[in-house]
Design a protein. Structure first.
Length: 339
């Protein structure tokens, strides 16, 4: 027993390098039968496969799965993979209620609002709901010593997200940095034509290579306290707002609307243009019209929202349809006054 205790104490006093060397020699020269020796080797290999502990220094917050995935790809196989962590808020903030979105009740209410309006066949809304719970909790749990980088762009979705997150961070003293991917793109690349084309409309349109370039070369300065307080106050008002349902970004300002039909006139105009360009007034795939709307729209919305508004216009008698309205790929549309 005494020898066992002495051996145990001696092992405790081995440094890491000596312990690894002794373990290697033991396995090479072991008298264990091959089956047991293989079990030991496999156990060590599994331990070696465990993910390395990250020394996270900076938390990144992005709005939407597309820019979130691109940012993860940008950091992969770089040193940032060990020092940066990413929180993805999965929803489009340009539409839908925002009241109490920093609480369980607010997330539940927003989820129910979308559930009443959207066709969701693959559990996407449930995934959104659970992802929102997780993201909001992570934001609240960010340690005070970690820097925070918020990625945004010149659209209502990401500008709203910026304000909401700053409201959630109201009582945190962390340094906060903001990267506007539109401004960063045009500061690094001198491409006047793309400015006129309003590119990029969202961070999701930016490649992972450019996101990495922005992070490394765009001049990052902590958000000034006065500016932070102004944006935080706007976010707090949104979290208390029970009326506005849609948001637009115009002239570098955020505009809110209580009506859901603010995009309907543009949808109708796109349908009229397609009929004129095609030279026919036949039924066309709803996805074709929805793609046309999204491609020409100044505001950043999303196909689910435009499809919901198209179904609303069908209910109002503005459009005729044939097929099944359960999903956009199942039906075709044309304007009611088309003959």
């Amino acid at each position: 027993m005494e020898k066992m205790n002495q051996l145990k104490q001696a092992i405790k006093e081995l440094n890491e390098a000596d312990a690894k060397s002794m373990l290697f020699l033991l396995l090479v020269n072991s008298s264990l039968n091959e089956e047991k020796l293989q079990d030991v080797r496999q156990t060590i290999l599994k331990l070696g496969d465990k993910p390395k502990t990250k020394n996270v220094q900076t938390m990144h917050i992005v709005f939407g799965g597309s820019p979130g995935g691109s940012l993860k790809a940008a950091f992969r196989d770089t040193d940032y993979d060990k020092t940066e962590d990413i929180i993805i808020l999965p929803t489009n903030f340009s539409i839908g209620p925002l009241k109490n979105l920093h609480k369980v009740s607010g997330i539940e209410a927003r989820f129910e609002w979308f559930q009443e309006r959207y066709n969701s066949e693959d559990g996407g809304l449930q995934f959104y709901k659970s992802s929102m719970f997780e993201a909001v909790k992570k934001i609240k749990d960010i340690p005070l010593h970690k820097d925070i980088v918020i990625w945004t762009c010149q659209n209502a979705h990401e500008q709203t997200g910026l304000r909401l997150v700053l409201a959630m961070l109201e009582n945190k003293l962390n340094r906060v940095f903001v990267i506007d991917t539109f401004l960063a793109f045009h500061e690094i690349y001198t491409l006047p034509q793309l400015i006129e084309d309003n590119y990029p409309r969202s961070s999701g349109e930016v490649s992972s290579e450019n996101l990495l370039c922005f992070y490394e070369h765009y001049k990052l300065r902590p958000l000034q306290q006065e500016k932070r307080q102004i944006l935080c106050a706007e976010g707090l008002r949104m979290l208390a707002d029970d009326n506005h349902l849609t948001r637009s970004w115009q002239h570098h300002e955020l505009w809110q609307n209580i009506n859901e039909d603010c995009d309907d006139a543009f949808i109708i105009a796109c349908a009229q243009r397609l009929e004129k360009e095609d030279g026919n007034k036949k039924f066309r795939k709803s996805a074709r019209l929805i793609g046309e709307v999204i491609g020409h729209m100044e505001q950043y919305r999303g196909d689910e929202w435009i499809e919901y508004r198209l179904r609303s216009l069908i209910e109002q008698g503005v459009f005729m349809y044939k097929g099944d309205l359960k999903a956009m790929r199942y039906y075709e549309v044309k304007l009611q006054d088309a003959t």
